[in-house]
Ligand binder design. Structure first.
Ligand code: HEC
Ligand code: HEC
Length: 191
């Protein structure tokens, strides 16, 4: 095995390890506890509250852990996330991941802004099925939420080295165009 094969093999093993989150969770147990979440996440009209239906299980768990340990500073979500064990987070993740859009869902004519292809190297073609499950599904997310998240990565108030790098040089107009583009693609649903 040469070095690049070894690197590839490690990467595949790492992906296999992270994608097993969804398999570990009990989706029905997760669903039963979503009553609390639905008051915010189940509301299409709450523009700053992200859609969770179809989100990557691995990303979901990473986001909840970041609220728990304060890497993400949102006060409400910190209190929410702290109330749940790791097992409960896996159950929630398995429940929400069930709504993932099929890769075959047709895409309406939606002009691709400059820079979107670079995002798709991690977030997947059309932002729908992340290449690396650590990154998020972007398609169908609420545009206001995407804009806020991108500004926070750019400014470092939502610290994440990879996304700081990806968003660091984006101008406001570019952020707005990318957010509107990904939000306009079929993907996540209100859940
Ligand atoms: C009072 C409203 C409210 C409730 C209740 C609530 N959330 Fe949230 N949630 C939010 C808001 C607002 C955000 C965006 C925070 C930010 O900008 O970081 C969020 C973000 C999240 C995220 C990050 C999503 C992403 O794309 O990064 C996850 C995961 C999440 N919530 C899960 C849950 C779960 C599971 C529950 C129920 C146990 C829940 N939330 C209850 C308001 C709420
Ligand atoms: C090298 C891989 C990589 C590239 C390239 C990349 N991202 Fe990300 N992205 C990630 C990862 C990993 C996360 C999860 C970060 C976290 O846990 O907070 C993420 C998270 C996000 C989020 C937060 C989603 C949510 O639900 O809160 C948005 C929005 C986002 N990326 C948009 C973009 C855009 C737009 C681009 C192109 C300009 C881009 N990303 C390029 C890897 C990448």
């Amino acid at each position: 095995m040469n070095t690049s094969h070894r690197v590839l093999a490690c990467w595949i093993l790492a992906i296999a390890a992270v994608t097993s989150h969804a398999a570990e969770g009990d989706a029905e147990a997760g669903r039963r506890k979503t009553v609390t979440c639905n008051g915010c996440h189940g509301q299409a009209s709450m523009k700053a509250v992200p859609n969770l239906g179809g989100q990557s299980a691995t990303y979901f768990i990473a986001a909840m852990r970041a609220y728990q340990d304060g890497r993400r500073g949102h006060a409400t979500m910190r209190d929410v996330a702290k109330a749940y064990s790791d097992k409960e987070l896996k159950n929630f993740a398995a429940y929400y991941a069930q709504f993932a859009a099929s890769a075959e869902t047709p895409v309406p004519g939606n002009e691709t802004p400059a820079g979107a292809r670079a995002c798709e190297t991690c977030h997947g073609v059309l932002g729908r099925v992340p290449v690396n499950p650590d990154s998020a599904v972007l398609a169908g997310q609420k545009p206001v939420y995407l804009k806020t998240a991108l500004r926070e990565y750019r400014e470092g108030t939502r610290p994440h080295a990879v996304m700081r790098e990806a968003a660091g040089d984006l101008q406001d107009a570019e952020i707005d165009a990318l957010a509107e583009y990904f939000a306009g693609l079929p993907g996540l649903v209100v859940k």
